[in-house]
Design a protein around this ligand. Structure first.
Ligand code: 3PG
Ligand code: MG
Length: 394
């Protein structure tokens, strides 16, 4: 069994918390602070118990060099506001400013390091490079707390290499995630319906191989649908589509039982991603050459909702369309509504999907579990070993 923060002494100790504070940004504004709020139980407990808390995270994909558009400064400010206490933000990761801030940290105080991905070693595939960076992160630390569930599927220095070097424990967020997602790995209440969408298609595409073996129905929307529609020989217009994924989609359609993978039969299309351009609903086999699919259509939404309504278990990862813009939110809303109203055990996974349900006004407790991890929850339910969890078990 993994140790939790309840099993370790923290008072006066320097505790490095790897959180996933990778929140959606709108310029320098935080568009949804759900992941910050999800980190509060662990951080509050550590502060109340008199730990010296050092919080670290990544934000976005800055590509291994400092880029102030991806600074964690706004996140540190929001965390301070939510905790009602100052969060010192020295503005570097392992440099002299961070060292000074850590050295002067008092019991019950907090420091947040700058975006870990400003250093290319964080995401390096070279074990030595990651190890050297991990040594530096671990040097001033007495205890490591793994609480960034959303990044635990990444073999990154702060996720994988630091816990190999430290006394480590899991935080409350990771504990809750593992307990809830375990219900989707064994004795699943059937029918088991998986809803997949979103824009990070490449990250999630591999999942079809194993989901075909475990799920009764897989409902596909968002940009995820286009390689499948293309594999069926349909024209997808200017929709987001990576040509290399069409062959893989064709193979998945072949492997799946008839009707197991359900695609949109209609779509909301427009010439570009904007709320103020003309749009129309078209059949999936009639997407105009100069237009792109931005949401599933009403017929598809009703069909998906009906499938969700009769499910025993539903796992949903990825919005059905560009929900951030009201004209393209209906498909995502229909899926959320059907999950909230139905009798199934429901799990919503992912930074964007969690942000979507909150933006559309759904309460978190309308679902069985709202996971902070998208890619991470998807890998977990496939039974894959997450590097961040594996490192804690050694
Ligand atoms: C996420 O948002 O999925 C996690 O924070 C991981 O981010 P990544 O996909 O850029 O590794
Ligand atoms: Mg992700």
């Amino acid at each position: 069994m993994m140790k939790t923060i309840d099993d370790v002494a923290v008072e006066g100790r320097r505790v490095l918390v790897r959180a996933d504070l990778n929140v959606p940004m709108d310029g320098d504004q935080i568009a949804d602070d759900g992941r910050i709020r999800a980190s509060l139980p662990t951080l509050t407990a550590l502060v109340n118990r008199g730990a010296r808390v050092i919080v670290c995270s990544h934000l976005g994909r800055p590509g291994g060099r400092p880029d102030l558009r991806y600074s964690l400064a706004p996140v540190a400010a929001r965390l301070g506001g939510l905790l009602g206490q100052e969060v010192n933000f020295p503005g570097d990761i392992t440099g002299p400013a961070a060292h000074a801030a850590i050295a002067t940290l008092r019991p019950g105080g907090l420091v947040m390091l700058e975006n870990l991905r400003f250093d290319e070693a964080e995401t390096s595939t070279d074990d030595m490079a990651r190890g050297y960076f991990a040594d530096q992160l671990a040097a001033p630390v007495d205890l490591y707390v793994a609480d960034g569930f959303g990044a635990m599927h990444r073999k990154h220095a702060s996720v994988y290499d630091v816990p190999l070097r430290c006394v480590s424990a899991v935080g409350y967020l990771v504990q809750a995630e593992v307990a809830a997602l375990d219900r989707l790995t064994a004795q699943i209440q059937r029918p088991y319906v998986v809803v997949l969408g979103g824009a990070k298609v490449a990250d999630k595409f591999d999942a079809f191989g194993s989901l075909i073996a475990t799920a009764d129905r897989i409902l596909v929307g968002g940009a995820m649908a286009f390689p499948f529609l293309a594999a069926r020989g349909l024209k997808t217009g200017t929709s987001l589509l990576v040509p290399g994924q069409v062959d893989a989609a064709a193979r998945y359609l072949e492997q799946a039982a008839p009707g197991q993978i359900e695609l949109p039969s209609d779509l909301v299309v427009a010439t570009r991603i904007a709320a103020d351009v003309p749009r129309q609903v078209v059949a999936a086999d009639a997407i105009p050459a100069d237009q792109m699919g931005l949401d599933i259509g009403p017929e598809s939404a009703a069909r998906f909702a009906a499938a969700i309504g009769t499910a025993g278990t539903v796992f949903w990862n990825g919005p059905m369309g560009v929900f951030e813009l009201a004209p393209y939110a209906a498909g995502t809303r229909a899926v959320a509504r059907a999950m909230a109203d139905g009798g199934a055990f429901t799990v919503v996974g992912g930074g964007d999907t969690g942000a979507a349900i909150r933006a559309l006004g759904f309460a978190g407790d309308a679902f069985g579990h709202v996971s902070t991890g998208g890619g991470a929850s998807l890998e977990f339910i496939q039974g894959k070993t997450l590097p961040g969890l594996a490192a804690l078990e050694t």
